[in-house]
Design a protein around this ligand. Sequence first.
Ligand SMILES: Cc1cc2nc3c(=O)[nH]c(=O)nc-3n(C[C@H](O)[C@H](O)[C@H](O)COP(=O)(O)O)c2cc1C
Length: 199
Amino acid sequence: MNILIVYSHPSEKSYTFEIFTHLKNILAAQKWNVEVSDLYANNFQGIMTATEYQREGNADTALPIPRDVIEEQQKIENADCIIFLYPVWWSDCPAMMKGWFDRVYSVGYAYGQKPDLPKMKIVKYGIVICTAGHPNNFLEEIGIAQSMEKVMLEDRLGKRFQHKEMLILGGTLAIDNVREKHREQVNELVKKINIDPLL
Ligand SMILES: Cc1cc2nc3c(=O)[nH]c(=O)nc-3n(C[C@H](O)[C@H](O)[C@H](O)COP(=O)(O)O)c2cc1C
């Protein structure tokens, strides 16, 4: 199986990086092919330029798609499973990852498809893993967990993915209380991909 991890965190001295390392280790143990788009490390352009907006905002698919966007789209086409990993910042993913969706989900490819243009495949598995300072029960109580799930799973992943899961690794403000549980949750999620008969 080909896995693509789209990862967004600026620092290797972070808990999210710890989860990233753990995830890569357990995926490697499955002998799956793992490709990574480490957005900060790759200096990914997370903002849409005025030139790009000419194409995206006006749905002018005759205009060219930037090289780096085509490269990300190629990674999507090679993937059976895409894992998005990031810290929750202001109840959403970091701007860099939001920019990945803004730019890589280009018109004609991820939506507004036309017969003569390459369109995004339906990826078998879409997984969202985010770390959050607040505990899960608080994020649920204030409705933010539900809103993050709605936006990520129903809109950004949407019908482009066959099987979708979101794991909110909350409570990182008291990290020693949650570290072990989070590792187990990540392990369980990877096991689930492994046993899914459709994969
Ligand atoms: C700019 C910023 C915004 C944040 N916003 C939220 C938030 O809205 N909700 C939340 O639960 N935690 C929030 N946090 C806490 C992070 O989610 C938490 O630091 C992260 O999950 C784990 O830390 P790491 O940066 O060591 O990976 C925020 C942190 C930063 C730096």
